[in-house]
Design a protein around this ligand. Structure first.
Ligand SMILES: CC(C)(COP(=O)(O)OP(=O)(O)OC[C@H]1O[C@@H](n2cnc3c(N)ncnc32)[C@H](O)[C@@H]1OP(=O)(O)O)[C@@H](O)C(=O)NCCC(=O)NCCS
Length: 170
């Protein structure tokens, strides 16, 4: 499968620590639905079906961004935008590609895009036990804004709602 036309690129360290690898971020097209299902199923106890991803791809409020290594989708982020607010509904990197900066690169890119389209506030929910994701969000400036008790039905875990205010694009 070929990489959709890339909109941005960046250099990050390779997971082997060897020569730097180029990641690219681009919108995700329907060609990648199977791969979205595959990545999601590696971490989501409420895995999304192919139909659900297809619906997202058709949803005008959805922004679906992918991070690619060469021509392979290795992670994705889905946000719903309503006027000037965005809520990140799904975000994950394939386990083979974690801890090499792909998640940070994708999130940073999405926040830049959101600012450019006039989003003022970005929110998300994260499991209290998901310290990896919380570390990433905090480093991007997100702050805890509330607690949803027993939000996740698979294990009754609480969710922390996090919030980031974006400065308007100049
Ligand atoms: C959260 C997730 C997207 C991070 O992606 P990633 O590509 O591995 O993250 P990066 O390599 O860009 O790391 C960025 C920062 O996140 C934090 N982080 C990521 N993985 C971490 C881990 N296992 N333990 C602690 N901190 C971690 C660190 O602050 C890290 O910065 P550092 O490398 O300078 O220490 C990835 O772990 C994932 O897909 N998890 C499963 C799905 C998920 O939890 N999604 C979020 C739902 S709210």
């Amino acid at each position: 499968m070929r990489l959709p036309e890339a909109e941005s690129g960046g250099s990050e360290s390779d997971r082997t620590g060897d020569p730097p690898t180029t990641f690219q971020v681009a919108p995700v097209s329907s060609l990648w639905v199977q791969r979205l299902v595959e990545i999601d199923s590696t971490w989501n106890p409420h895995s999304w079906s192919q139909k659900l991803f297809e619906r997202e791809l058709l949803n005008p409020s959805s922004r679906i961004r992918g991070v690619f290594h060469k021509e392979l989708l290795i992670g994705y982020l889905i946000a719903h935008v309503v006027i000037d607010e965005a809520h990140i509904v799904s975000f994950g990197v394939h386990p083979d590609w974690r801890r090499v900066g792909a998640g940070r690169y994708l999130l940073t890119d999405y926040l830049r895009m959101a600012r450019l389209e006039g989003v003022k506030v970005v929110t998300l929910d994260v499991r209290v036990g998901n310290l990896a994701a919380q570390g990433l969000y905090r480093a991007q400036g997100f702050q805890a804004a509330g607690l949803r008790r027993q939000y996740y039905s698979d294990n009754g875990e609480d969710a922390i709602t996090m919030r980031l205010e974006l400065y308007p694009a100049r």
